[in-house]
Design a protein around this ligand. Structure first.
Ligand code: GLY
Length: 337
């Protein structure tokens, strides 16, 4: 199920019913057949390096990252190269080229990257450049800044040799035109099998890096920025402890500084799984939380290579490539009602 369909369903039904029907409709059965699928568990005994995990079902992206790691590349190169696979995949309508536009038809991208030293770079509201994650890396490495936005980010990208192009594909344009018929503005992010792509890797030296990239909430207000380019919200890496990356409704992640929270919980002794569960709990247990209307998911890894994954609703998954196995792992989730 594509993000636009979930939004449409949500406008037609009560929130709870809409989520229920969407969840049934968006099960990724084909990928389940092709890949081993299991509830997420802690896995201290199986942790082997190098390894990579990513949000959602992105086995081509994790395969690319592992190729980099196996060739002796570092975790930073791995997460950048892995994310680029999804940015170039026009069929994924939530990242890079082919991403669904804002309500005015503009495709605007958010991305960030963070290395083992705690260096980071990000771009927000970037237009016409497919590989936002690579621009974020250039911001980190070639400027004294952390974040570049909008036209400035685009001009910077062009100065670094990135070719501007139209990111609105025919498929995404059609989806937007269909959405415009009702133009219901509901700030509800998808519950589907593809959204913000976040990737965390540990290389052979045991060093951790992470990255994430997204076209954000479909049909958002012009100028809206989500969690993905905000260090500590969409992504956080602490090479002494571990790393976390988020997917889902960015506003809710930002309000709880989700990825930083997960890493700090791991610092306090929680496993990656426990830390992801606690971070989701902070969202759903807020007074008057509207969690039935939106999805948030976290994946995390600690320094030992143990992983965790947890979401509010069903059908979030993590792809993990470790010890020769590249598999989709269905996430455990909070809302079992
Ligand atoms: N997590 C992506 C966004 O909210 O934009």
């Amino acid at each position: 199920m594509k993000r636009r369909n979930f939004i449409k369903n949500a406008t037609l039904s009560s929130a709870g019913l809409a989520i229920g029907s969407s969840l049934v409709g968006c099960a990724d059965t084909s990928s389940k057949e092709k890949n081993s699928t299991a509830a997420t568990v802690n896995n201290a005994s199986t942790a082997k390096l190098p390894m990579v995990i990513a949000t959602w079902h992105v086995i081509d992206a994790t395969a690319k990252a592992m190729e980099v790691l196996q060739a002796g590349g570092n975790a930073l190169d791995a997460v950048e190269q892995g994310c680029r696979i999804e940015e170039a995949n026009e069929k994924g309508q939530s990242v890079g080229k082919g991403g669904l536009p804002d309500r005015d038809g503009n495709v605007t991208l958010d991305a960030c990257i963070m290395d083992k030293h705690g260096n980071c770079g990000s771009v927000v509201y970037l237009q016409n450049i497919t590989h936002a994650v690579s621009v974020a890396r250039k911001v980190m490495e070639d400027t004294p800044h952390v974040m570049l936005a909008g036209e400035g980010a685009k001009q910077f990208a062009v100065s670094k040799g990135f070719e501007p192009e139209d990111l609105l594909t025919e498929a995404s344009k059609k989806a937007w035109e269909k959405w415009k018929i009702e133009a219901q503005y509901k700030p509800i992010i998808n519950i589907e099998n593809h959204d913000t792509i976040g990737m965390l890797a540990i290389d052979k030296n045991g060093d951790i890096s992470g990255a994430c990239t997204t076209s954000g909430l479909a049909y958002k207000l012009g100028g809206r920025v989500g969690d993905s380019p905000i260090i500590g919200s969409g992504l956080f890496v602490d090479n002494e402890i571990g790393a976390c990356v988020a997917t889902g409704l960015g506003e809710e992640v930002v309000k709880t500084v989700g990825s930083f929270l997960v890493v700090e919980l791991m610092r306090q002794g929680k496993s990656p799984q426990e830390a992801c569960e606690e971070a989701i709990s902070r969202i759903v247990k807020k007074p008057n939380s509207q969690f039935k209307d939106f999805q948030v998911g976290y994946i995390a890894v600690n320094k030992k290579g143990e992983t965790g994954s947890y979401s509010i609703h069903q059908w979030f998954s993590m792809t993990k490539f470790q010890d020769g196995v590249n598999e989709q792992i269905q996430s455990d989730y909070f809302n079992k009602a």
